[in-house]
Design a protein around this ligand. Structure first.
Ligand code: UDX
Length: 441
């Protein structure tokens, strides 16, 4: 059944959710305060790179099921269910999440509502936020208009956002009344037909499910990374170790990729925010545990820099280093908290002549780190290099031909920061191959 939906905030999450809800057959109006962004989106132009999304936005602006606006009044007039998809960045002066954009969005909406409405948070927030918003609603909703807050966290990964939204592994619906649950089940009735697990729960559990999922993924990666350090100390091989662990169905192979650690706009900030919440609620064991995960993850960046220095003979001053990759992972142009870009910047601080190439993220990376040198091709990056460093495992970089690259470099040394290259292939082509957690041959 078609529902009238609004999406507040047109970042990654908002645009993806809006386009996917239109794909499910709903009438969607997406709102943002940024008029230039809204104009571009109405023309089908995305402000970021995300496979499949632009096509979906264009398709549904053409069908008329997806519209964009800068008017909250229009949003309130057209929709009954309002999804809040604004950012919850790390606080500038602390580890916790800044939920002020969520609160402002809800307050702005409340001022214009004239009929029964459900406000559904999708942003990742500290547990207790939805209850606090319900109190705001009680205080500020127009008299006689029934408004309720629900929570429906998103689990989409950048680079797979459309597929993750249209074919999710589960849907979590946090509600404080049966009516709210019924409305959300109607929104997602296509998923019921597809047998996708829908979990209806209370507000705090829904909020915590999202934080816990990201904290678990971060911890899993970090476990692989600290095991990589033990492998280096003992001569063992972390890739074989992870493969073997991964065959255990209780463990699974995904997110055991050791290397330069996790980054992006979600995992790092969500680990810190959950640590802050745990601390505030007096759950010190979890706070300490998560702070250790965060510290161990940041340590990976410096450890890879040290490995690069050692591979270059103890110093990188004046050494030309080809840094392949700047995005925080492949399939995106996002460089927020990117370990790849951080490693390149740290090498430059050590005096290296770091030259960076990324297939999609050069522009964002140059904006974030204007002092680094960016080039448009792999060849330009590796010409005359004394070390080639793989920092983001884009398929085109993983598939590079080591024989073709060898004549271009000054020294055939490669440091595989993502454990993504084939060591035998590179060694057979005459390269001195090193990777975190793998034995030196
Ligand atoms: C994450 C969650 O996966 C998603 O469910 C949530 O909704 C948002 O946060 P995303 O930020 O897109 O998604 O990135 P993800 O694919 O989880 O990767 C995060 C980081 O971990 C990247 O820097 C990636 O390179 C790193 N990573 C991932 C590893 O270092 N090793 C691995 O084995 C897997």
């Amino acid at each position: 059944m078609s529902t009238s939906i609004s999406v507040v905030g047109t970042g990654y999450l908002g645009v993806t959710h809006a386009a996917c809800m239109a794909e499910l057959g709903h009438e969607v109006i997406a709102y943002d305060v940024d008029a230039s962004k809204i104009d571009a989106l109405a023309e089908g132009v995305l402000p970021f790179f995300e496979p499949e999304l632009e096509g979906l936005v264009r398709r549904h602006t053409a069908t008329g099921r997806l519209r964009f606006t800068t008017s909250v009044a229009e949003v309130a007039e057209r929709a009954d269910v309002h999804f809040i998809c604004v950012g919850t960045p790390q606080q500038p002066d602390g580890l916790g999440a800044d939920t002020s954009h969520v609160e402002s969005a809800v307050l702005a909406l409340l001022g214009h509502l004239t009929r029964p409405s459900l406000i559904v948070g999708k942003s990742t927030v500290p547990v207790g936020t939805a209850d606090r918003l319900n109190r705001l609603v009680e205080r500020w909703a127009p008299p006689g208009v029934s408004v309720e807050v629900a929570w429906n966290p998103e689990f989409l990964r950048e680079g797979h956002a459309v597929r993750d939204t249209l074919a999710p592994e589960r849907v979590v619906l946090g509600v404080s009344s049966q009516e709210a649950g019924k409305v959300l089940l109607l929104v997602y009735d296509a998923f019921v037909v597809d047998d996708i697990p829908l979990l209806v729960t209370d507000l705090p559990t829904a909020e915590l499910i999202k934080s816990a999922a990201n904290a678990f993924l971060a911890t899993k990666i970090t476990f692989a990374n600290v095991m990589a350090e033990l492998c280096e100390a003992s001569g063992a091989d972390v890739v074989t170790l992870a493969d073997a662990l991964g065959f255990d169905s209780r463990i699974g192979r995904s997110f055991l990729g050791a290397g330069i650690g996790f980054g992006g706009g979600c995992l790092p900030k969500d680990v810190r925010a959950l640590a802050a919440t745990a601390g505030e609620l007096g759950v010190d064991t979890l706070a300490t545990f998560l702070r250790e995960v965060d510290a161990a993850n940041t340590h990976r960046r410096e450890a890879v820099v040290e490995a690069a220095v050692s591979q270059c003979g103890g110093t990188v001053t004046g050494t030309r280093i080809a840094c392949l990759g700047a995005a925080f992972k492949p399939g995106t142009d996002d460089v927020r908290d990117s370990p790849a870009l951080d490693v390149a910047a740290r090498l430059q601080l050590r005096g290296a002549d770091a030259v960076v190439y990324d297939p999609e993220a050069n522009q964002n990376a140059a904006h974030a780190c204007p002092t680094l040198r960016f080039v448009e091709t792999v060849d330009e990056a590796v010409d005359g290099a004394e070390l080639v460093l793989l920092l983001t495992e884009w398929p085109e970089l993983v598939a590079l031909d080591p024989c073709a690259l060898r004549p271009r470099v000054r020294s055939p040394r490669v440091l595989d920061g993502r454990n993504a290259l084939n060591p035998e292939r590179w060694r057979a082509a005459g390269w001195w191959y090193r990777a975190p957690g793998r034995p030196n041959i």
